[in-house]
Design a protein around this ligand. Structure first.
Ligand code: GLY
Length: 374
């Protein structure tokens, strides 16, 4: 469908979903077009704009103002920034605020923020009145490349990350690359990790292109980011189209995440998701090499590509504590963690399903190695 925004967006990627295909718009200066997106893809008079307390006053306010000017009734809600807010408690505060504001089943949620916001607001939308539409407006590289696309929503619980949640596809995703200039370098590098992951599992040429563009991406080059985000989203959309509800194949998107989530939890979420996944990818590639499945040299390529993220400073995480979080991963079957194993950069091994159990000793060796810095 041709609308104002698809003409303005540099890239439009269609993602298929059981609840209907939705567009991901990528390019600069798209936030102003949000009223057109809402009226086309999620028409509603009453909107709940959800953002954290850092993004809310900046991009959230801009979005709310544009929507109010377009005639919407907007309820703005914020929560404290950070992974520590991605909880059932914050979910209940936000849903109570929506109930207090009298929002009904005919409202739409507009989520403005990074991965915590896309997941948390997504879970609010998935459950409010048994589900209301959501428009995702990711404002971090990680959320643009990964978290806002594919419909996964949820919160963290005591035993691990994202263990309570729902699939709830958005009606549209608006990734305005102009906002990336407001991020710090650490924040920008988080998205680099997920872009490299998409290349590592599906497309060696994309992996190489991201490595080549790393300098421009670090310098916040908006054009380089628009290309990187669009290419990454295309790869993710293709996987989601084949297995939206993660019956099997979609598990490949979790490459690096089994160990990455355990590291993140063992660090009490003091380190960013992207950085934890960077270590997770290297560890899982070393694990694959140890198993004789992954071509040797693959982990070294990943280590080199991820150096902008991992080389910053030492990671102070106890390997045995991280090991303790592994079996709570959501790919676990029968209480045992499962791992996505690469054949090489660009291809996942599917010989034992898309994720497999591995002996504890092999996992411990990979974890010890990556956490002790080889
Ligand atoms: N972030 C992994 C997925 O969307 O499946």
């Amino acid at each position: 469908m041709i609308t104002d925004i698809s003409e303005a967006a540099r890239h439009t990627i269609e993602v298929s979903s059981a609840s209907g295909a939705y567009p991901v718009f990528v390019g600069p200066a798209l936030l102003d077009r949000l009223p057109a997106v809402v009226s086309t893809y999620a028409p509603a008079k009453r909107l709940a704009v959800i953002a954290d307390d850092q993004v809310g006053p900046v991009h959230g306010a801009l979005v709310a103002e544009a929507l109010i000017d377009a005639g919407h009734d907007v309820t703005c809600m914020t929560f404290p920034e950070g992974e520590a807010s991605k909880t059932r408690k914050t979910w209940s505060i936000l849903t109570d605020e929506m109930l207090d504001a009298g929002l009904g089943r005919d409202c739409v949620v507009v989520a403005v923020g990074g991965g915590v916001t896309t997941d948390l607001a997504g879970f609010v939308a998935a459950t409010y009145m048994r589900g209301v539409p959501i428009v995702q407006v990711p404002t971090s590289t990680l959320a643009m490349i990964d978290a806002s696309v594919g419909g996964k929503t949820g919160v963290d619980v005591r035993v691990g990350k994202n263990l309570v949640g729902a699939f709830h596809a958005p009606r549209a995703v608006v990734a305005d690359t102009a906002v990336l200039a407001t991020l710090d370098a650490t924040n920008r590098s988080e998205g680099l990790v997920e872009a490299l992951k998409h290349g590592a599992i599906r497309d060696e040429a994309h992996f190489t292109a991201v490595v080549k563009a790393a300098h421009s991406l670090a310098e916040a080059d908006a054009d380089a980011w628009a290309e990187c985000i669009a290419a990454s989203v295309r790869l993710k959309a293709d996987v989601v189209a084949q297995d939206e509800f993660e019956g099997g194949f979609r598990q490949i998107l979790n490459f690096g995440h089994t160990i990455g989530h355990a590291i993140e939890a063992a660090a009490d979420y003091r380190i960013g998701h992207g950085r934890a996944v960077a270590y997770g990818m290297i560890a899982e590639a070393r694990l694959g090499e140890r198993l004789g499945v992954t071509d040797s040299g693959t982990a070294d390529r990943l280590t080199e590509a991820l150096a902008p993220v991992t080389a910053r400073d030492a990671l102070d995480v106890d390997p045995s504590r991280a090991f303790g979080f592994l079996d709570a991963d959501k790919k676990s079957r029968g209480g045992r963690a499962r791992y996505v194993v690469l054949c090489r950069i660009g291809e996942v091994d599917g010989a034992e399903g898309w994720a497999r159990e591995v002996d504890d000793d092999d996992v411990k060796a990979a974890l010890d190695g990556v956490l002790s810095g080889w």
